[in-house]
Design a protein around this ligand. Structure first.
Ligand code: BJW
Length: 272
């Protein structure tokens, strides 16, 4: 039984990447039609790029922020939300909608002992839209901007916030800017304490739609396996860290994941 032991429930940690949002119409990073086509990664996703050419970086992220307005969760996001509501026992508060990073870190810590934690590398918010609550968006969120001087994080998705040709000024220091609330290469991902805490306690790690190219997320499967977790992958093709998984299901996540979740939930119900 995947999610049940004689003594009670097992702990499930899920890690998702760009592949889970592919069928919602968002391109992955390293596919043929990947986001980086037309942009060298170091031109848009590093703090150095922001300093060197803020107009280019701003435009790149403003177009992606605008694209959020026309995408919806697909059956894979919805399957994970169903799984969470079936197995989570603890109550969890709402994520902050503005404030400082510490407030989010506190929120993520509050559910790292739960039976379900969803870690996503995605910045698109489709998991929240599907109803996932125990969610750690480790690479940031497109719908927020962050003041580069004070660090305050604000949701800014109104029409006047989405202009690719117009920066939003920081209210703290003259000439300062609001930057994308995104983890760029060389920056520390968010929620790492809550993430490692969850990984060390995981009985099962389910990984969906990620190439394993980017660290630290590419190493989570090794961390969880070293602590005895069963490791399961759902991906379109075998990624570079495929040998680390106990079980692999190849195919589009929106096709594969809903039936796997149905199977696991049926097993749980039979056992209860
Ligand atoms: C489907 C599908 C379908 C398609 N269904 N599947 C040398 C060695 C090791 C590490 C390093 C190194 N040199 C530098 C580093 C560190 C660096 C790094 O990893 N670099 C690598 C390039 C080598 N990492 C960092 O700098 C990170 N920070 C860090 O390490 O800080 C130190 C620290 C760590 C921990 C504690 C304390 C300190 C920061 C990484 C930031 C990543 N940022 C990005 C961009 C920002 C967000 C944005 O603009 O959107 O995040 S990069 C980009 O890659 C994005 C993604 O979240 C991330 C992962 O990509 P993902 O999701 O895997 O997408 P793809 O496209 O690669 O794969 C999609 C997969 O889906 C494929 O396998 C498809 O087959 C599959 N698929 N359709 C199912 N329908």
């Amino acid at each position: 039984m995947l999610l049940r032991t004689d003594g009670g429930g097992k702990r499930l940690v899920v890690l998702t990447g760009a592949g889970i949002s592919a069928e919602s119409g968002l391109p992955t990073f390293r596919g043929d039609d990947g986001l980086w086509a037309g942009h060298r990664i170091e031109d848009v996703a590093t703090p150095q790029a922001w300093i060197r050419n803020p107009e280019l970086v701003w435009r790149f992220y403003q177009l992606r922020r605008r694209a959020l307005l026309r995408v919806e969760p697909n059956p894979a996001h919805i399957a994970l939300a169903r799984l969470e509501s079936a197995i989570s026992r603890m109550t969890v508060g709402d994520a902050p909608d503005s404030g400082y990073l510490e407030q989010w870190e506190e929120h993520w810590e509050s559910f790292s002992n739960d039976r379900f934690v969803l870690i996503t590398q995605n910045v698109d918010d489709l998991h929240s839209a599907a109803g996932s609550a125990r969610l750690i968006p480790m690479h940031g969120q497109l719908r927020f901007l962050r003041c580069e001087h004070s660090g305050v994080i604000i949701e800014m998705m109104d029409e006047q916030h989405l202009d690719p040709d117009c920066f939003i000024l920081s209210s703290v220091r003259e000439g300062g800017l609001m930057r994308p609330h995104i983890v760029w290469f060389g920056e520390q991902p968010f929620g790492m304490h809550a993430i490692y805490n969850a990984l060390y306690k995981a009985d099962v790690l389910l990984v969906v739609g990620t190439s394993g190219h980017v660290y630290p997320a590419g190493g989570f499967v090794h961390e969880a396996a070293a602590n005895g977790a069963r490791t399961i992958l759902v991906n379109l093709e075998a990624p570079q860290n495929a040998e680390a998984f106990d079980e692999i299901h190849l195919g589009p996540a929106a096709d594969v994941l809903p039936s796997l979740v149905d199977e696991w939930l049926a097993e749980l119900e039979q056992g209860s």
